[in-house]
Design a protein around this ligand. Structure first.
Ligand SMILES: Cc1cc2nc3c(=O)[nH]c(=O)nc-3n(C[C@H](O)[C@H](O)[C@H](O)COP(=O)(O)OP(=O)(O)OC[C@H]3O[C@@H](n4cnc5c(N)ncnc54)[C@H](O)[C@@H]3O)c2cc1C
Length: 448
């Protein structure tokens, strides 16, 4: 930490901007690079200690380089009854992912919400601990999020005010029992009905996680290439879609719902889910159960993997992706309207619809991967123009993008324009106060 502090002070002396990364695996949202390559990358991946894992109170304290794979391995090796919420790509860091508001479908899948205490260095080199960490010799740092006054953790998320050197994160306690219901929905236009069904179960407290309702291409791209189904340019056509769905045995939408608790609680919730799913047209499902004592490999917990990154080979060796992530209301009708609109917009540009709707309590997060051929200059330009247009189109409908690749973050920030860009002005004032030399990640979100 003292070394990082010294680097930041030196950067101030020589006016050299720094761009901190934890593991630099922010694929789909920028990767290990800075905005317009204007800064030196401050690579923190070798600060990779797991400082503490507390079982009774279910939390950990980690350094930036700790990946999901490393933490999962640690919990396994020490046989600890704690489950990690893992995103679709396990090589990333716990800190970088939570700072960028990463998600998974686990009940602990809103990773930013699980942060409890940060240690960070401001742009002027001052070392700060947030929350109870500000109290010398307190054992409460990872146990209590709010203290007196503002909760400062939040302003260091997706911002460029400080370099985080430690983070506390809450973990899920391993349940006594679990079940998974793998659901296939045959028809594209049944999306609204599925969402209404699962949202009702969530409101009742039957479902605690945030199930991802994923289009068939998210599975198909992991085990096949577009060229297996269709030749020529353009979005996947109807014949190719029918052939793919039949051959791979996928639903148009596929969902995995998980239930956790005591065995009787899981049985009760499972009955309720089965009953509701039976009413859905074109829906089939498969159930598997686990109970403490059975092999942990069959428990329905997240297991980090790097296999997901192979999905860009949908377009061959030069496949790449950027992600479009927007929050919409919990409404089946609105979700279907949004899906139809995105499918149309992507198809007009020759792109396929790799999409997942994460069902949360009060909103749905829709993440669409725009997979393109990075060797195809024309396609890259098309994607660039499309992405900028989509940002404005969703803003016109009153929906906010919560995460975007670096090149588009200023465009996204500009859509939050209430009161003559008052929020942008506030962010800029904070930037001046906390990083007066503008040393940290200049240009991120249009803040310099
Ligand atoms: C196939 C695939 C599936 C994916 N699925 C998911 C998913 O399900 N959910 C999800 O959330 N993401 C997903 N991702 C996106 C991404 O891979 C992860 O979010 C990943 O964890 C981010 O990488 P990282 O943690 O190494 O972040 P980094 O690249 O290290 O950091 C990201 C950014 O955060 C800031 N930052 C990082 N560390 C610090 C620090 N210490 N101090 C200050 N600022 C810092 C910087 O601006 C940096 O550019 C997926 C990616 C792929 C390829």
């Amino acid at each position: 930490v003292a070394d990082v502090q010294e680097i930041i002070r030196a950067a101030n002396r020589f006016a050299v901007p720094l761009w901190p990364i934890s593991r630099g695996e922010n694929l789909g949202y920028g990767g290990a690079r800075s905005f317009r390559d204007a800064s030196l990358i401050l690579d923190l991946s070798r600060l990779n200690r797991i400082i503490e894992v507390n079982v009774p109170d279910a939390f950990c304290l980690v350094e930036p380089g700790v990946s999901f794979l490393q933490m999962f391995d640690y919990l396994e090796r020490h046989d600890l009854p704690l489950w990690l919420s893992v995103p679709g790509y396990g090589a990333g860091s716990i800190i970088g992912n939570a700072l960028e508001r990463g998600v998974s479908s686990s009940p602990y899948g809103d990773h930013a919400a699980q942060i409890c205490g940060l240690e960070l260095i401001l742009g002027d080199g001052e070392l700060v601990r947030t929350g109870m960490g500000a109290m010398p010799h307190s054992g409460m740092w990872q146990r209590q999020q709010a203290t007196i006054g503002p909760r400062y953790d939040e302003i260091f998320l997706q911002s460029n005010y400080g370099v985080v050197t430690k983070m506390g994160l809450w973990l899920m306690r391993a349940p006594e029992a679990s079940a998974a219901i793998e659901i296939e929905i045959a028809e594209r236009d049944s999306l609204g009905a599925v969402i209404e069904c699962l949202a009702a179960l969530k409101r009742l407290g039957v479902i605690q996680d945030s199930p991802a309702i994923a289009s068939y291409l998210t599975s198909a791209a992991l085990c096949s290439a577009k060229s297996d189904w269709m030749t020529g340019k353009g979005a996947l056509d109807q014949n190719a879609e029918t052939l793919l769905l039949r051959t791979l045995g996928l639903g148009w939408w596929n969902v995995k719902v998980r239930l956790y608790g005591l065995p009787d609680m899981v049985s009760l919730c499972l009955r309720q889910v089965e009953q509701e799913l039976a009413r859905l047209p074109g829906c089939s499902f498969h159930i598997s159960r686990w109970q403490k004592g059975a092999p942990i490999s069959s428990a329905h917990r997240g297991v980090p993997s790097i296999d997901g990154a192979g999905n860009v080979r949908w377009l061959g060796e030069n496949g790449a992706h950027i992600d479009f992530s927007v929050a919409i209301p919990v409404s089946g009708a609105e979700a279907l309207k949004h899906a139809r609109w995105m499918i149309r917009e992507l198809a007009a540009c020759g792109l396929d619809y790799h999409s997942a709707f994460y069902l949360r309590d009060r909103h749905i997060l829709n993440v669409v991967q725009l997979i393109f051929d990075q060797a195809d200059e024309e396609m890259c330009q098309t994607v660039d123009v499309l992405y900028r247009r989509l940002i404005n189109d969703v803003a016109m409908r009153g929906y906010g993008i919560n995460r975007s690749p670096l090149d588009y973050r200023a465009d996204v920030a500009a859509t939050f324009s209430f009161g003559g860009n008052a929020i942008g002005n506030l962010a800029q004032r904070l930037k001046r106060a906390l990083d007066p030399g503008s040393i940290l990640s200049p240009g991120k979100d249009g803040l310099s």
